[in-house]
Each structure stands twice: as structure tokens, then as C-alpha cells.
Design a protein around this ligand. Structure first.
Ligand SMILES: *Cc1c(COP(=O)(O)O)cnc(C)c1O
Length: 363
């Protein structure tokens, strides 16, 4: 069966080995005589799957023991509301770094539950040199939120902006939906990390939350039980029936990452894939990526054609060659190639060959 190289930003491509394993285990998992989808979440078999997945994730990301690892419902966006509900009383202030569409979406949702304040923003008016604009800060916030990889804009931060004042003891929260497991995480500078699963982890709907336990229970307000990190932690993420099949598939992906050489190897591959594509874009006047080098994402690479009238032909011809889902986000247009962990180098090479050939023929 021919599977395309799938450049979709999410739900995204999963490793072929994972899909084949899931297929082989689909009807009967191990000796259970049933599909994982049909097992009680409290059965020994599923508990084994669940704990194995958590253990591998902890090992891959070197999660400290005083952090809880939660398998939650509701995708990445559920955490836009769960974070303020868990970390802040409603009278508190939360600080936000604005690097693009997802930062703004997170800030807007949090604004329903806490008072939000944008403390840093990327000023993108000068296309050759993007610069940080900082707002003044009067009050210690309940937490600081940023998005490590802007999936739509193709902007990635390797660290919080230098020169930004983070008050002593202020928890730093990161939305890592689209770059988790592509590089190590520094737990000295992150107290809460969350990610929707459908980019680098598994099926949509699942969200992973990794949170320092001593932050929990400070909010002093009612929280829906399935969003309550402390309750979720106390009950092994089984306040209600968890998304069992998604959890199982995430576990297969974690095992795959371990077998491939772990997160350092994922980081090496992400560098290799993205450098190869950026070079092809930069060396050809027919293609353009608007993001200055220090901010370029290794996961999502938007680009435009010199002649936008050729967009439809580009997409159609790419698809005919097995290069799928290269259209940019509907809010920005153009093209976007998402190069998550499951994308093999051969996919990027095929794309770059196609781009060169298309520009020669049509440019
Ligand atoms: C995809 C994405 C989300 C939203 O995920 P959903 O599961 O659709 O809610 C949030 N943040 C970032 C950075 C994303 O890439």
C-alpha cells in the first residue's frame, strides 16, 4: 500500500512502524483476546499499557520525580483553560509572551478565567530583523505562558526572550503542542508543559500535561473534575474513562522514539530535515520564507511562491508525486511543510527535488 509523505500540521503523520504494530495488535492485544479499545481502563492489561507509556515518556524527557505526568482529554486547547483554572485564583494576573496565532489563542481563552497581560511581543514589521517589544510589569504574576513553537507562523523559541523579566519563583508554562519530543526540556526553567498529541505524539483529542506538583491546589476555586490536575494526578489520570486507545498509541510512539535513540536523536533529525529545506528555500528566488533565522521553526516551515497564481498547480503536482497536505494554514495561505518526528529524511529530499523541478519548469 502506498502511503504519501504527509506534511500536514496536525493531525500529522505517525511512524510507519507504530501504525503496523497497532494494526497487528488491533483485534487482539497480547493474550487479552480483545482490542485495547475494548478493555476496561482499570484492567491489569490496560494499566500496564498506561504505566509503560508514562515511564517511557518520563525517561525520554527526563521528567523529575516531583512533576506529575497527566494524560488528559480535550487536546491542546483544553489546556488553554485548564492552566489558568489550576494555577491562578480568578483575581490573579497571568503574563503572556506573544509570538503568533497560538500564543494569542491561549491568552484569549485564559482571559475568561484570569486577568491576562501581554509582557512581550515579537515585532515583525522589519522583515530582516524581528525584535522583542517588552511591556512594563508592575505585579508578580501567577504564571508566565509562552508557546515554544508557533505551528501556523513557523516561529520557534529556543528559550524565553533574553532581557525579559521573569519574577523570582514565577512558574513558567509552555505550550509545546508542536515541538514536544523534538528536543530536550529544561526542567529548571519550566514548571508546566502541555501538548496536544496530534503533532508529535499520537491521535488528536489526547493532551499531555507535565506539571510540578507543588503548584497544584493554589487556585482556591471550583474546577471541573476532569480538568483538575491535582485530582487527575491522585487518580492516575483516571478521574473518568481516559482516551484509552489514544493513550496506547502514544505509548507506541514513545517506545518508537526510545528505539530510534531518544530525544537527542529526534533533535538531530529535526535539524537535518529543516536545514535541508530552509537551504532549498533560501537558495531559490522562486521560494520565500519570511522568518528571520533565529526564530525559524524546525517543525513547521511556511513558504510562498514568487507567483501565487501557481499555488494551486504546485499543490496539485506535489500531491500527484505523493507529497500531501502542503497548503499553508487558511489564515496565512501559501505553503507549509510540517516536519515532525515521523517524517523521514527521504520525504524532505523528495519535496526539495520536486520544488527545484517545479521552479525550473514553471518559474
Ligand atoms: C495544534 C495546536 C494547539 C491546539 O490543539 P487542539 O488539540 O486542536 O486543541 C495548541 N497549540 C499549538 C501550538 C498547536 O500547534
Amino acid at each position: 500500500m502506498n502511503r504519501a509523505y504527509n506534511f500536514c500540521a496536525g493531525p500529522a503523520m505517525l511512524p510507519r512502524e507504530v501504525m503496523e504494530r497497532a494494526q497487528a495488535e488491533f483485534l487482539c492485544y497480547g493474550s487479552s483476546q480483545a482490542s485495547v479499545m475494548e478493555l476496561s481502563h482499570r484492567s491489569d492489561t490496560f494499566m500496564g499499557i498506561a504505566q509503560g507509556a508514562e515511564a517511557n515518556l518520563r525517561q525520554l524527557l527526563k521528567v523529575p520525580d516531583d512533576y506529575a505526568v497527566l494524560f488528559c482529554h480535550g487536546g491542546g486547547r483544553s489546556q488553554f483553560s485548564a492552566v489558568p483554572l489550576n494555577l491562578a485564583p480568578s483575581v490573579a494576573k497571568a503574563h503572556f509572551v506573544n509570538t503568533g496565532s497560538w500564543s494569542r489563542a491561549a491568552m484569549s481563552e485564559a482571559g475568561k478565567f484570569v486577568s491576562t497581560h501581554q509582557i512581550a511581543e515579537l515585532d515583525t514589521r522589519d522583515p530582516s530583523r524581528w525584535a522583542w517589544q517588552f511591556a512594563s510589569v508592575e505585579e508578580a504574576p501567577a504564571y508566565l505562558h509562552y508557546c515554544s513553537n508557533e505551528t501556523i507562523d513557523g516561529v520557534q523559541l529556543s528559550a524565553l526572550p533574553t532581557g525579559m523579566a521573569v519574577s523570582e519563583g514565577c512558574p513558567v508554562v509552555a505550550d509545546m503542542s508542536s515541538d514536544i519530543l523534538s528536543q530536550p526540556i529544561d526542567w529548571d526553567t519550566h514548571q508546566l508543559v502541555y501538548a496536544g498529541a496530534q503533532k508529535n505524539i499520537g491521535p488528536a483529542g489526547l493532551a499531555i500535561v507535565i506539571v510540578k506538583r507543588d503548584l497544584l491546589g493554589r487556585h482556591g476555586r471550583p474546577i471541573p473534575a476532569i480538568m483538575d490536575y491535582r485530582a487527575m494526578d491522585a487518580q492516575g489520570s483516571m478521574v473518568n474513562t481516559p482516551p484509552t486507545y489514544a493513550w496506547y498509541l502514544a505509548g507506541l510512539v514513545f517506545e518508537w522514539v526510545v528505539c530510534q535513540g531518544g530525544v537527542d536523536e529526534m533533535a538531530r533529525r529535526a535539524n537535518q530535515r529543516s536545514e535541508y529545506l530552509y537551504q532549498a528555500i533560501d537558495n531559490n528566488d522562486f521560494y520565500y520564507n519570511p522568518v528571520p533565522k533565529p526564530f525559524r521553526s524546525k517543525m513547521n516551515i511556511p513558504f510562498t511562491l514568487a507567483q501565487p497564481s501557481l499555488d494551486a498547480a504546485f499543490l496539485q503536482e506535489a500531491e500527484a508525486q505523493g507529497l500531501m497536505a502542503l497548503a499553508g494554514h487558511r489564515s496565512v495561505g501559501g505553503m507549509r511543510a510540517s516536519l515532525y518526528n515521523a517524517m523521514p529524511m527521504s520525504g524532505v529530499e523528495t519535496l526539495v527535488d520536486f520544488m527545484g523541478e517545479f521552479a525550473r519548469r514553471r518559474g
